[in-house]
Design a protein around this ligand. Sequence first.
Ligand SMILES: C[S@@+](CC[C@H](N)C(=O)[O-])C[C@H]1O[C@@H](n2cnc3c(N)ncnc32)[C@H](O)[C@@H]1O
Length: 343
Amino acid sequence: MGSVCLRARGRPEGATLLYAWGSHPAEDGGTAGPDRALEEPIPPSDRDGCAAPTRVERVLRTRRASGLSLTSKGDVMTGDSNGRDQSDAAQPSTDAETPLPPHGTLSSYYDADPERSAYVYDLFNRTAHHYDTIERIFGNGGLLYRRYSLRINGLRPGMKVLDVAIGTANVAMGAVKEVGPTGRVFGVDPNRGMLGQARQKVDIPLTQGVAQELPFASNTFDFVTMGIALRHVSDLKAAFSEYHRVLKPGGRVWILEGHVAKSRIGYALTRFFWGKLIPWLTLVFTRDRHAKLLMDYYLDTVDQCVAPEEIVEVMRNVGFEHARMRVTMPGAFCEYKGSKSEA
Ligand SMILES: C[S@@+](CC[C@H](N)C(=O)[O-])C[C@H]1O[C@@H](n2cnc3c(N)ncnc32)[C@H](O)[C@@H]1O
């Protein structure tokens, strides 16, 4: 298994990486062409034994030193009647060229938006080995849900699938079963820790890369999937443009996301469940504050995400047909779907 740990040329974000892990996408899933040359070393935060405290560590230390509870988000959650901070929320973008981040700056986790990708990278790298423990808190019901949803949304034997943000392969495992021996599933994720976990669970080609710049050829896949990760991309428009580009004509995109109920009582219940109970259970089962922080961050990013209507609008603008969002489990899951025109 070849593994060269390098940063892509000329990218602004420290955590934007392309990394050949296992089979190279050029084998039959597309191509990482010469313009995607790899040359710089990965950032220090990714190296084993790195001594400097990262932003994730500093957040935990600051909260402990200031006596803040780890779930305290005073600087984030002050705002409208639901406690949402509107000043920090991502503003609707009217300019086609302006990147559209999925949420505004979450200042209790990182200082400014350019830090976000590196922060997310560090957080997932530290918690990759706990991610499936968190899934087990839910009795692995989320895994069954993912597979079932892929099936009812048209994933069929023989199809070629790209699972973006593969993480620990919880979507990809279901996809592998659904496409069967005649199909193929490819995984892509920027995070080495997560790719390492995925490698232990599925024998499929894994590639290091980000949704906004997929290292695959155009018109390659029948299905593009993404589980619980849309909030982590740096630009929704770039990510959806890439999904559209790599899909074959007639291909489909399926995106699973977290959901926060809108009604006052639903919102309060969602925040109690995902903001208190689950982070606490995560701490109990993992005994790792980073894992708890991951769950805190999960809820805050879902809560602060741009409106579903805006995401659907982006999907339509990049060319998806039948673009829509459906709340499948209020307070837990919603799904974005669309298809590329046959023509
Ligand atoms: C919550 S995990 C989801 C894993 C898996 N898809 C699932 O359903 O369980 C989020 C994943 O998104 C990845 N990620 C973060 N930023 C990304 C980006 N810009 N493009 C693609 N994946 C990204 C993280 O490395 C992490 O593995």
